[in-house]
Design a binder for this molecule. Sequence first.
Ligand code: ATP
Length: 271
Amino acid sequence: MIEFRSVSKTFADGTAAVRDFNLVLPSHTTTVFVGSSGCGKTTLLRMVNRLVEPSSGQVLIDDVDVATRHPVELRRSIGYVMQHAGLLPHRRVLDNVAVPLRLSGVSRAEAAARALAALETVGLDPVLARRYPRQLSGGQQQRVGVARGLVADPNILLMDEPFGAVDPIVRDDLQRELLRLQRELGKTIVFVTHDVDEAFLLGDQVVILRKGGQIAQAGTPAEILADPADDFVRSFVGLDRARRTLHIEERAGRQVVVDGDGRPAGVLDPA
Ligand SMILES: Nc1ncnc2c1ncn2[C@@H]1O[C@H](COP(=O)(O)OP(=O)(O)OP(=O)(O)O)[C@@H](O)[C@H]1O
């Protein structure tokens, strides 16, 4: 379990990125921080592995304040997947994935074997292991980033807009793959995105943020859709737009689900 207790962050230039943030992120579930640019998502994420230190308040992992942990040792125990994958251009794919293991003192041979297994876990062909990052597609590079995040088998995986830079079809693929992986692995995932559809697809808990890391609403996707906290949330999740206002119409003897513009979205499954 990760817990934020009255966490605030004001940067040296006076920017108040996060103000009095309180939240529990249950273990083995995915929590998604979603909000517009600059609302503090990345700052919150980076306080978990101490890439950013809170100005006040505490971040706890399983009741231990991360401020009491050695930052390097803490970071090695937490997987981190960045936007644009963040791969080292002059290292082969296999070596990129093996980095967290090598930094932890794992032998070259064992690191290589585990890196290969991690590439397989994320659905990449082992022949790609010998290539350099530039010789991969954007989607493949993102998979390598996820493999590197998972290679040391961390309990916690931080993912900062990991699928933001790929086209919608590849993105769809990567999202499905992450759902499959999470069903198998049951990590505690903290995922940052500005895309509310991605948040609803991946999140067990979705946290909608306003500027300053203020929680507009936190809950399951169903809770948020069924009972939006206010007009900001209603508008942010698109409840004021036709595609979310579904209703049922009888057509040709079937119950057809239709959106607010009258466009069919699907049929009700009698089972
Ligand atoms: N090192 C820093 N120094 C000063 N201000 C910063 C620093 N890092 C972030 N900020 C500011 O803090 C606020 C929150 O930034 P943060 O990166 O957490 O937002 P975000 O929601 O992740 O945005 P985006 O979706 O654009 O990545 C912004 O106003 C940003 O400009």
